[in-house]
Design a protein around this ligand. Structure first.
Ligand SMILES: Cc1cc2nc3c(=O)[nH]c(=O)nc-3n(C[C@H](O)[C@H](O)[C@H](O)COP(=O)(O)OP(=O)(O)OC[C@H]3O[C@@H](n4cnc5c(N)ncnc54)[C@H](O)[C@@H]3O)c2cc1C
Length: 456
């Protein structure tokens, strides 16, 4: 029986639809069923002091804590629930060495300037290698497969874009390539594709197991981690930060918030830069192992470039995992499962009709420009947010950079500028825009596919 957690407040839209509380689906996920247990952790009690306080136990928080501890910096991490309770324990498990489609090196340089643009591409580009190295170094048992990441294109019109994208990343020394139509069809098992972007350094894993493993590595390296320790308020006490939890108080010289988008508004302006978006995830029952010869036969992670993208991957026990947005949360759980499985079946006719065995949901935070941010909100107080739907490699790599910066390690420049928060006017209304936009995006996708079919 799932336990209701306090975190993850449903938004207005979800309340109106009486949609299932997103908190409940943490324990409903396939990843929860398959992940090794989290390391033992207690809650904060009494008053303690530290150099750096990190609030939020997802990839970003734990990667920062791990690398701070490695640099010998005294660090305490507070997590409201348990490691991976946020997006980090519920995502699709793709390790993607890129930002979202459209944010390629030229755009990043335009958005952030030459230095930061270059640095952020290097940071995310090598992010998958970092994730798999951490997994090897710390012997994290998370069903990791570094078999590469494919991003197929669904129309021949996108081929010039694909060539340009490959050239931009190759110019940075990344080992990416463009797959031909035949290669894309063979790699995915779907005839709808006309080519693909391929990065061999990407892959997939059990995201909750990876997050728990990062937590264990951080603790073993010397960070103190307290779970079920929700930061209720933050305030200044002299030249320190005071973080109040129900059971105790943490006093820190420096404070880093990595809380993503749960609605606690510890620093309302910083959190307000993020638009919360709920995504559904679906896992099939274990399928006939013979199917693996015709669908993603090389066990890669695949997410195409449609506006309503189709993402799919295998698990170690022969399930397919997919998911995405829904236009409205009314009756969402049942509808989400059948809708996303049907989409997969439409492009993979060899896949028999199946019903979902696991359905869960997660919430990501997206900035209006989908760029990571490091925002300062006082002396030695920052909020870092790098979710934006492509976060596993990005948050792990940004955490390492942030730790280097906080530790004062030379040759670890920050890949994002330190800015002030630039909150969206009404984030909960902005999150509706994604749902409202979805039918329009579907029309564009359908028109593009139709044109592609006509042109053969
Ligand atoms: C359904 C879904 C699918 C996705 N698929 C992919 C994918 O395949 N590949 C990919 O790279 N990215 C994916 N993403 C994005 C990725 O999951 C995120 O970018 C990443 O997990 C963000 O990590 P984080 O540490 O910033 O935030 P989170 O993992 O959300 O962590 C924030 C933590 O802060 C804690 N917290 C909040 N408030 C407080 C408080 N007051 N006190 C203490 N703790 C607090 C929360 O409990 C939570 O554990 C997906 C996201 C979703 C939702």
């Amino acid at each position: 029986m799932p336990i209701a957690h306090e975190g993850y407040r449903p938004n207005l839209w979800e309340r109106l639809a009486k949609a299932p509380h997103p908190s409940l689906s943490f324990q409903a996920s396939l990843w929860h069923a398959m992940a090794p247990a989290a390391p033992p952790m207690s809650s904060l009690s009494g008053d303690i002091e530290t150099d750096v306080a990190v609030v939020g136990g997802g990839y970003l928080g734990f990667s920062t804590a791990l690398h701070l501890a490695e640099a010998g910096v005294e660090t305490v991490l507070l997590e409201a629930d348990e490691p991976g309770f946020g997006a980090s324990g519920r995502n699709t498990g793709f390790v993607v060495p890129n930002l979202i489609t459209g944010l390629d090196p030229a755009v990043m340089r335009q958005n952030l300037g030459a230095t930061h643009g270059q640095l952020i591409c290097e940071t995310v580009g090598s992010g998958a290698e970092l994730v798999f190295n951490i997994i090897r170094d710390h012997k994290i048992d998370c069903q990791a497969r570094q078999n590469g990441w494919i991003q197929p294109i669904h129309t021949p019109e996108k081929q010039p874009w694909l060539a340009d994208r490959v050239a931009q990343w190759q110019a940075l020394g990344r080992p990416v390539e463009a797959l031909s139509r035949d290669q894309a069809v063979a790699e995915t098992g779907s005839e709808v594709y006309h080519g693909a972007f391929f990065d061999p350094t990407g892959g997939h894993l059990n995201p909750l197991a990876y997050c728990r493993g990062l937590a264990a590595a951080a603790i073993k390296t010397g960070a103190k981690v307290f779970c079920r320790s929700r930061a209720r308020t933050i305030s200044r006490r002299g030249d320190r930060w005071q973080i109040n939890c129900d059971g105790g108080t943490l006093i820190a010289k420096r404070l880093l918030l990595t809380t993503n988008t749960t609605g606690d508004k510890l620093e309302a302006k910083a959190e307000g830069t993020q638009i919360p978006i709920t995504l559904f995830q679906v896992a099939t029952p274990p399928l006939d192992p013979e199917l693996r010869k015709t669908i993603l036969p090389n066990d890669r992670a695949s997410a195409d470039i449609r506006k309503e993208l189709v993402a799919f991957r295998w698990t170690v026990d022969n399930r397919l995992v997919t998911g995405g947005l829904l236009a409205s949360p009314f009756g969402a759980t049942a509808r989400g499962a059948s809708y996303h499985l049907q989409r997969l079946q439409q492009m993979l006719p060899q896949l028999p009709a199946v019903t979902a065995e696991y359905i869960w949901q997660g919430r990501l935070g997206a900035a209006t420009d989908f760029m990571p941010r490091l925002m300062q909100f006082g002396d030695n107080g920052w909020s870092a947010i790098a979710c934006n739907g492509r976060g596993m490699a990005m948050t792990t790599a940004l955490g390492r950079r942030l730790a280097g910066w906080l530790a004062g390690t030379a040759n670890m420049p920050l890949p994002v500028p330190v800015t002030k928060a630039d909150p969206v006017a009404v984030p909960s209304l902005a999150s509706l825009a994604f749902s409202v936009w979805l039918p329009w995006n579907r029309r564009i996708d359908r028109a593009e596919l139709k044109r592609a079919k006509k042109s053969g």
